[in-house]
Design a protein around this ligand. Structure first.
Ligand code: 3PY
Ligand code: MG
Length: 240
């Protein structure tokens, strides 16, 4: 995947929100179960509602149970937060795939809503495993993380990374010192043939990430869109 993909991010935890976010022209939508409002039932309801584009679930932790559950619901892939090293990346990738490539357990949940089941080998080939690099520990091992078998996307969390580094997000995104973490992550992905992704959450951050070579960018977040557009519209109307 060399071309740029621009994604939508849903926090709101409902099928309606997921459906709306799937129809804004984005290449994919993420349902956020780590910091958003998607619980297990919410994911099961929202995945088919947003299925006009690939639906990825950010699970709340790197466990086979959570990853398998999201994939059983029909997600195209998962985004696994706070992966610290290559061993954790390998574990996430294994949880995404059935034997012999992994340890995923068979549970054809989509069949209950009338969808045909995907044979294990085909599911293994189709699934997308994104691991989040968002700590200095992970950056220190990013070459091995990006090269870990079954890792399709290295996805940067700039907020957690900037907190851990003790810098502002904007400063991290603007950092051009040689060997800075973002350039190191992109270089590791290029060397491994893995997609370099990142959460942006807005146009300026997206531009900064695109200019550095990231190609899989989450830019449109439902909660932020409502707040920004609603606030501007109300203020504009009052001022008119
Ligand atoms: C981060 O920036 O840390 C994220 O996880 C974005 O959601
Ligand atoms: Mg984070």
């Amino acid at each position: 995947m060399s071309s740029v993909q621009v994604g939508a991010w849903s926090m709101l935890g409902t099928a309606a929100a997921a459906s709306l976010m799937s129809r804004i022209g984005a290449d994919w939508v993420v349902l956020d179960s780590q910091h958003g409002l998607y619980d297990d039932a919410g994911v099961i309801a929202a995945v088919p509602a947003a299925a006009s584009v690939p639906v990825h679930v950010r699970v709340s932790a790197n466990t086979p149970a959570l990853i398998g559950r999201a994939l059983d619901a029909g997600a195209a892939g998962v985004i696994v937060p706070m992966v610290q090293d290559a061993a954790e990346a390998v574990a996430a990738a294994a949880a995404c795939r059935y034997a012999p490539e992994g340890i995923r357990s068979w549970g054809p949940l989509a069949a209950y809503r009338g969808e045909s089941t995907v044979p294990p080998a085909e599911a293994n080939a189709r699934v997308s495993c994104a691991v989040m690099v968002e700590t200095p520990t992970a950056v220190a091992d990013v070459e091995a993380i990006a090269a870990a078998p079954g890792v399709d996307i290295v996805f940067v969390g700039p907020f957690d990374l900037s907190i851990a580094l003790g810098v502002e997000v904007a400063d991290l995104l603007a950092d051009r010192t040689p060997g800075n973490p973002l350039d190191r992550i992109v270089a590791a992905c290029r060397a491994a043939g893995t997609v370099a992704g990142a959460f942006a959450g807005g146009r300026d951050a997206a531009d900064a990430l695109l200019s550095r070579g990231f190609t899989w960018i989450a830019v449109a977040v439902d909660t932020q869109l409502i707040t920004a557009a609603g606030t501007a519209l109300v203020a504009d109307t009052r001022g008119a």
